[in-house]
Unconditional design. Structure first.
Lengths: 401, 74
């Protein structure tokens, strides 16, 4: 710690930063600390020194404030400390323990800057008499897991819809494995089960479980089921162990736990992505039902065929409709010329020489085909042809009539 | 669809195809192409749900850390 530039000898060292940190923003290095800064620095130090811990001691009188907060002292033979439990936590306890009770207190230290007092903010208080070492350990583990977010429900991963390979951590020859295999055979026999053996009882239980869970992370699996071999409540203690819970959380695929009793769940059940009451139930949850899938595939197949039929029917209908419209368009386009042709035809018809012949006229033509119009063309003895409406006759002129 | 695609992905594709085919604005060429793909996907899906023999295997780690996988009769 060195005085800041321009530091006064009187306050030698006052410009230094305790623990190398800046307790309050904006404090110049060349002047004395304010009280707020100094207490603030202590507060930071205290908070860093100790997080939330279990403390055992004797309770002084608990003052229950009108606001619902509890104020009390915790002490042992050589020390004591003021404590507060805010209403939110206090209301979770049935009632305040009496003064003189030996308790376990879950609390974290804090400094109240307005009074410059050190005190503990308590979260939970348990009379020592009612708490076995195992329960305390359970509470401690639960606390640690909560702090690290491992019990956060938002952490839970969804199960894969169609797992192809499932790792099963259980005893290899227990009933649990047989039950799970039976369910798999019925629901989804195409699945592959990779069994990683673990002892779930006795001293070796924790070590073998940790090894098994680590091994699961080396396998190409989609899902992991942690199965219980069956046993008394004591035998399941290993599933409350912190290391086992952390190992379950570290499995890189979703984990279904099937170790706890329905009434009394293990901590592993809370860390797992899903907890099932039995190994059978776990496998039921893990696998889709092949009959249901077959039914769905069948229905999709029918819709596929139906979809095409409908689609082609639609196109055929459109083709017919287009064909009709085309015909009509062509009809319309042809109608006018046809009328014109008919009109011209009538006019041509009226002009036709044949029409004149029809009316009773006839035409005389010489042998060379020339029309004989004058008397001079028809001197006596002239041979000619006479064209009438329905044919021609040969004739000879007898001279002017 | 490759062999690696999980069934739910295969079924999702099939569902998409069927929906597109059922939509009236799909033109015929596209509808025929969809149908062709749909038939292939359907075949794939059916293959996945055919009868199969359950495989249960035991995984052991030997002293060298190597994995040994053996069939287990359950």
């Amino acid at each position: 710690m060195t005085p800041g530039p321009g530091g006064d000898d009187l306050f030698g060292g006052a410009g230094g930063d305790p623990a190398g940190e800046r307790p309050a923003a904006g404090r110049a290095a060349d002047r004395a600390w304010t009280v707020s800064e100094a207490v603030g620095a202590v507060r930071t130090g205290v908070r860093r020194a100790l997080g939330q811990v279990w403390i055992t001691g004797e309770l002084g009188e608990v003052k229950v404030h009108r606001s619902g907060h509890w104020y009390f002292t915790l002490r042992d033979a050589d020390a004591q400390i003021r404590c507060v439990m805010w209403k939110a936590n206090a209301s979770r306890h049935r009632r305040a323990p009496a003064a003189g009770t030996e308790v376990y207190l879950l609390a974290r230290p804090d400094v109240w800057t307005d009074r410059g007092e050190l005190q503990f903010t308590a979260v939970k208080v348990l009379p020592t008499a009612g708490v076995g070492a195992r329960q305390l350990e359970l509470l401690r583990t639960r606390e640690a897991l909560t702090r690290d977010g491992l019990l956060d429900p938002g952490r839970r991963r969804p199960l894969p819809p169609d797992p192809a390979v499932i790792a099963i951590v259980s005893s290899v020859d227990g009933a649990a494995l047989r039950d799970m295999a039976a369910v798999a055979r019925r629901r989804w026999p195409a699945v592959r089960l990779l069994v990683v053996g673990a002892t779930v009882q006795g001293d070796a239980a924790e070590r073998t479980l940790l090894q098994a869970l680590a091994l699961v992370n080396r396998l190409p699996v989609d899902l992991c089921i942690l199965g219980r071999g069956g046993g008394a409540r004591e035998d399941l203690a290993v599933f409350d162990r912190e290391a086992v819970c952390r190992a379950v959380a570290a499995v890189r695929v979703p984990v279904i736990s099937a170790v706890g009793h329905e009434t009394d769940r293990c901590l592993v059940d809370l860390v797992a992505d899903l907890s099932a009451s039995t190994p059978t139930a776990a496998m039921e949850q893990a696998l889709p039902d092949v009959a249901e899938r077959r039914h769905r595939i069948g229905a999709l197949g029918e819709r596929l065929a139906g979809g095409l039929r409908r689609r082609t029917a639609l196109v055929t209908e459109r083709l017919f409709r287009a064909d009709d419209r085309l015909r009509h368009a062509i009809e319309r386009r042809l109608a006018r010329p046809r009328d014109q042709v008919a009109g011209l035809g009538a006019r041509l018809d009226a002009l036709s020489p044949l029409r004149v012949l029809e009316r009773g006229y006839s035409v005389a033509r010489g042998p060379d085909g020339r029309v004989l119009r004058r008397l001079a063309d028809l001197g006596p003895g002239t041979r000619f042809r006479l064209r009438v409406a329905d044919g021609e006759v040969k004739a000879t002129s007898e001279g002017p009539a | 669809m490759t062999d690696a695609a999980p069934l739910h992905a295969v079924l999702r594709r099939l569902e998409e195809i069927v929906r597109a085919l059922e939509a009236e604005d799909t033109d015929l060429d596209r509808a025929l192409a969809l149908f062709e793909e749909g038939v292939a996907v359907l075949r794939e899906a059916r293959a996945r749900v055919q009868d199969a023999e359950l495989r249960v295997q035991h995984v052991l780690e030997d002293a060298e850390g190597e994995l040994r996988i053996t069939d287990l009769d359950v």
